[in-house]
Design a protein. Structure first.
Length: 403
């Protein structure tokens, strides 16, 4: 596996953009990492002691510095520990905001207002500031005060219902796709606001909710439901499925072909299936899906995965092997894409992380990657840059205001 270790300094698209980051867990940190990857100076505000909740969400972690989920989404940031419940905390925050371009938070509804960090508290004082907030359910409405979490939002957005097994039981997606999608949407919103500010000189509010993002990512299913009155399900309604081979599994997508069953049978030399009356039309194939799958899987199991993929690819049938993570890491395509980066962490040592999927020809080679910060690693440097003297910083540390 080729792992990029690029450390060449250079100007990136967001060089000079300063972000004050109050987010934690996944949704917000995903957004701010996207900004940080392309040059933004992201100052991550963390609470004393534990910091971002994700520092502790790892069953294999020994301490708060080696949580894999935290390390995945917090590179290229600087950590400043401030006790937001202490007197003097808002003075530190306002010094940060004096030359900041963006403030990002994912507070529950009401928290920002209570501590003086609501949009209405800041918009007049900092007219160029972009105020970005991520929420579970939006800023208003009956559920606005509820906290959002990926699996809960899967449930409440229709995604789990759409992902039912053969017995009708909803199944949780084990990947936090709503958190990730919401983070990417929040980053897009911030970038749009930065572009508009370049034209108008004015900041604005950017609001992304997980519920809206989850529904948006099911746009074709919802549009079909509202227009046609039935559930669009690409797997159940088409010749699409996962089949066991002699040494693994393969996913077959029988779409975009006029007669995919005939093409599959011809490619795998399966006889006596296409001719059956029970499979004569797409509607009959759907009605008799369970029986057809039994017949096909018996035939798929005659071949190893690579041969199935080769035969179907030659027949122009979309297909691919089911890879585990080790397969993906070792695959030459991933290697060629340089999908992973290696960083040196002061506690953990060398760690491998997933690179940004965004490729910019003029900027990619200039990216500088720093490991996710230790809790409070940059507190003193940041405070010094804000004009605090060594004596003042020592006093702030002594009072517990910063750490």
């Amino acid at each position: 596996m080729t792992v990029r270790t690029v450390t060449t300094a250079g100007k990136l698209p967001l060089t000079g953009v300063k972000v004050v980051d109050f987010t934690q867990v996944l949704f917000g940190p995903m957004a701010t990492q996207i900004l940080a990857d392309f040059g933004a100076d992201v100052v991550k505000i963390e609470r004393p002691g534990l910091g971002d909740i994700m520092r502790s969400v790892d069953v294999k972690a020994v301490g708060i510095e080696d949580s894999a989920p935290f390390l995945a989404y917090n590179r290229n940031k600087r950590s400043l520990v401030v006790d937001m419940k202490s007197d003097g905390a808002m003075e530190v925050v306002h010094r940060l905001l004096e030359d900041a371009d963006v403030i990002v938070s994912n507070f529950r509804a009401g928290v920002a207002s209570r501590i003086g960090l609501d949009y209405d508290d800041l918009k007049d004082r900092y007219p160029r500031l972009i105020y970005a907030s991520g929420t579970g359910f939006g800023e208003s409405g009956p559920l606005a005060k509820l906290g959002g979490q990926d699996m809960v939002l899967q449930s409440m957005s229709g995604a789990l219902w759409h992902h039912r097994d053969g017995e009708g039981r909803p199944r949780i997606y084990p990947t936090s796709f709503i958190d990730s999608a919401s983070g990417m949407a929040l980053a897009q919103g911030i970038l749009l606001a930065l572009i508009e500010r370049g034209a108008t000189g004015k900041g604005q509010r950017v609001d992304v909710s997980m519920i809206d993002t989850a529904v948006f990512f099911q746009a074709q299913e919802y549009t079909n439901w509202m227009m046609r009155g039935f559930e669009l399900h690409w797997e159940r309604d088409n010749l699409v499925g996962v089949f066991r081979t002699a040494n693994g599994w393969v996913t077959v997508v029988g779409l975009f072909r006029p007669d995919p069953l005939r093409a599959i049978c011809a490619a795998l030399e399966i006889e006596g299936v296409v001719e059956r009356a029970e499979f004569a039309t797409p509607a009959l194939i759907h009605a008799n899906r369970e029986h057809l799958w039994e017949l096909l899987e018996q035939q798929f199991s005659r071949y190893e995965t690579d041969e199935v993929v080769s035969r179907l690819a030659k027949a122009d049938v979309l297909c691919g092997p089911v890879f585990d993570y080790d397969d993906v890491i070792a695959h030459p395509q991933i290697d060629g894409n340089e999908t992973f980066r290696e960083l040196t962490h002061p506690v953990v040592g060398n760690i491998k992380v997933v690179d940004s999927p965004i490729r910019l020809s003029a900027s990619r080679a200039a990216q500088v990657y720093e490991a996710p910060p230790l809790l409070g690693q940059h507190t003193e440097a940041i405070l010094s840059s804000l004009g605090y003297t060594d004596k003042e910083i020592a006093k702030m540390r002594g009072s517990g205001l910063v750490a």
